[in-house]
Write a protein that binds this ligand. Structure first.
Ligand code: NDP
Length: 331
């Protein structure tokens, strides 16, 4: 039976439509946003929740502020009646036109802070709690428990194995020698590699860290009941993610993805794909990055997408883990 899921970033786009799809499947959804009021307004506009208001709850959490993540988790755990059964890390910022880096509450470059550090801390604070999830399921001969799931939104531009991951505008995702992490990621450091600030690359690098985190969780927590996975839902070219790109790009990009690459996916379908990864038995495998391909075809089945060494290399991912633990204040 569906349980309770926590999902970040649901004022628009993939997160909002994933909320809808999860409610449709019968899940109880808790959303984490920097404005619960706006996430509530967006949900109401879509006609959510359908039935009981208890099915949908909005909490305050600014992922760009580690203190806010800590407080949000503490408040949530005080109010939950049963453990969470799934966590979806979806929120993200993409600011490709910044001339200078913006800084988080802790002074880190803001896309790495929001997309990676905020979620990294959230995951650390919820891991043990999630593994306490107990949803009974009939397993043919006896009763068992449904595995809790931790799902991360990844992307094609962070995966060097795919064409989209090789696009040099402004540069492919690459964490380099991690010296930016080692030097503390605060001013004047703005990139994982410690090199010059490239705002579009900062986003790709943060998504690379998201995908590395899933691979490392899968390696470290082999014996935990939690299934760890990431997904690329397709190119949802008309979400607010692209709000900081030039107007002409916002107009052309969806058409380009529809007519030229064939990669366009609607918010509705992307939301359904997230809900499948959270809920469907077919996705009950840990360590997988799910994709439906770059060129969308009707009824195409999901598959396990091959990942580049930049994501799977155990040495890098162990270092990313250790340095992230330090930067979020856990070691
Ligand atoms: P949107 O911009 O529509 O949604 C992003 C969500 O994250 C918004 O709800 C936003 O809320 C929230 N958010 C941003 N900053 C914070 C913060 N500090 N604290 C809490 N919430 C925050 O983008 P998408 O729906 O396109 O993106 C969702 C995910 O999907 C991202 O992880 C993205 O990387 C991934 N993805 C998207 C693709 C696409 O083509 N669109 C392709 C592949 C992956 P607010 O209104 O407060 O800003």
């Amino acid at each position: 039976a569906p349980g309770t899921v926590l999902i970040t970033g649901t004022t628009s786009g993939v997160g909002l439509y994933a909320t809808k799809a999860l409610l449709e499947l019968g899940w109880r959804v808790v959303t984490a946003n920097r404005s619960p009021l706006r996430s509530e307004a967006a949900a109401v506009k879509l006609g959510l929740p359908f039935g009981s208001p208890r099915q949908l709850q909005h909490i305050y959490m600014d992922l760009g502020d580690l203190d806010s993540v800590r407080n949000g988790v503490e408040n949530l755990l005080n109010t939950l009646e049963k453990p969470l059964d799934a966590l979806v890390c979806n929120a993200a910022v993409y600011m490709p036109r910044l001339a200078k880096p913006k800084r988080s509450a802790q002074g880190y470059e803001l896309s790495m802070a929001t997309n990676h550090f905020g979620h990294f801390l959230l995951i650390q604070l919820l891991l043990e709690h999630l593994s306490g999830s107990k949803r009974p399921v009939w397993q043919g001969r006896s009763w068992g428990f449904e595995a809790p799931r931790l799902v991360m939104l990844g992307t094609v531009t962070a995966n060097y194995k795919e064409l989209g991951g090789k696009i040099p505008i402004p540069a492919p995702a690459d964490l380099g020698d991690l010296s930016g992490f080692e030097q503390g990621f605060r001013d004047p450091i703005s990139m994982a590699s410690g090199k010059r600030f490239k705002p579009g690359k900062a986003y790709k690098d943060s998504k690379l860290c998201n995908m590395v985190t899933i691979q490392e969780l899968h390696r470290r927590y082999k014996d935990s009941p939690i299934l760890f996975s990431s997904l690329y839902p397709g190119c949802v070219a008309n979400t607010k993610l692209f709000r900081s790109t030039p107007k002409i790009f916002q107009w052309l990009f969806p058409w380009f993805q529809k007519l030229i690459t064939g990669g366009f996916v609607s918010e509705d379908l992307a939301g359904k794909r997230v809900a499948q990864v959270v809920s469907d038995p077919e996705f009950g495998v840990s360590g997988v990055h799910w994709s439906w391909g770059n060129r969308q075809r009707k009824n195409r089945q999901q598959f396990s997408q091959q990942l580049s060494d930049r994501i799977t290399d155990p040495k890098t991912s162990q270092n990313v883990w250790d340095l992230s633990m330090r930067l979020v204040g856990l070691s």
